[in-house]
Design a protein around this ligand. Structure first.
Ligand code: ZN
Length: 252
């Protein structure tokens, strides 16, 4: 579980570092922070994580553990004493106040309340957690530029399609869904494999025309006949790798 937490932290943090305004950034920030803090607390104070029945305890709860257990510094941060891979003592300062403010900002945005905006300082405080030996995989994940570009492209493509869906309205979307099976039969009469429709990850209708099926949901190559969301071969490949990793991490 520690390996997966570290990977999820690095993956989400790399996306925010590359594009602080990426669509869905609030949820990505929460996912990065809760996984990163859970990995740190599980290594430093294992009993504290065992108390929680959740797979990933809440970020706010984990910050409370760090505030209680680590030494407060004159600048308000909390110093966690740890050792590096060679057994040498080291310490990292966790900016608990800024991270708590980041949680408030994401919750406000996600629930439609004007509680604040996710700022660069919130992301910087998140990235600083990578200095803890329980994490430390951020540079490795960031170095895979093709993965990062595919991930960012898909996030923006989903947002574009969602805006287009809102533009055409519910009635037009429902009419397009009804026409979808006829449409592909008309244009692909000699391709029975190409007439498959899948649920679309953006509009939710069974209108995603598969060019090539994939093993995991919402990762195949194709385009939606309702909202126009399109998934290229490159994006499909990297989304499949992401989905696959969730199945291959050890459940320690
Ligand atoms: Zn769609």
């Amino acid at each position: 579980m520690q390996t997966e937490r570290a990977y999820q932290y690095a993956r989400c943090s790399a996306v925010l570092a590359a594009d602080p305004d990426v669509p869905g950034r609030e949820a990505t920030y929460d996912q990065a922070l809760s996984n990163g803090l859970a990995a740190i607390v599980a290594q430093q104070w294992p009993d504290e994580v065992d108390k929680s029945k959740d797979y990933v305890p809440s970020a706010a709860g984990l910050l409370k553990v760090i505030t209680r257990q680590a030494d407060k510094q004159p600048d308000g941060t909390h110093l966690i004493a740890c050792t590096d891979a060679h057994g040498k003592p080291r310490g990292i300062c966790v900016d608990t106040d800024t991270l708590r403010s980041g949680i408030t900002a994401t919750q406000g945005a996600r629930h439609g309340r004007a509680k604040g905006t996710l700022e660069r300082r919130h992301i910087d405080a998140l990235l600083a957690l990578d200095g803890h030996p329980a994490l430390g995989r951020l540079s490795e994940v960031k170095s895979d530029d093709q993965w990062l570009q595919a991930e960012l492209h898909d996030r923006h493509e989903r947002q574009r399609a969602a805006e287009y869906l809102a533009f055409i309205g519910d009635d037009e979307a429902a009419a397009r869904t009804e026409r979808a099976p006829d449409l592909i039969e008309l244009h692909h009469p000699s391709d029975p494999e190409g007439t498959e429709l899948e649920d679309c990850g953006v509009c939710g209708y069974t209108s995603f025309k598969l060019e090539f099926p994939a093993e995991f949901p919402d990762t195949s190559i194709g385009a939606c006949l309702v909202c126009s969301y399109t998934r290229s071969a490159d994006v499909s490949y990297y989304l499949t790798l992401n989905a696959d990793s969730a199945y291959t991490f050890p459940t320690d």
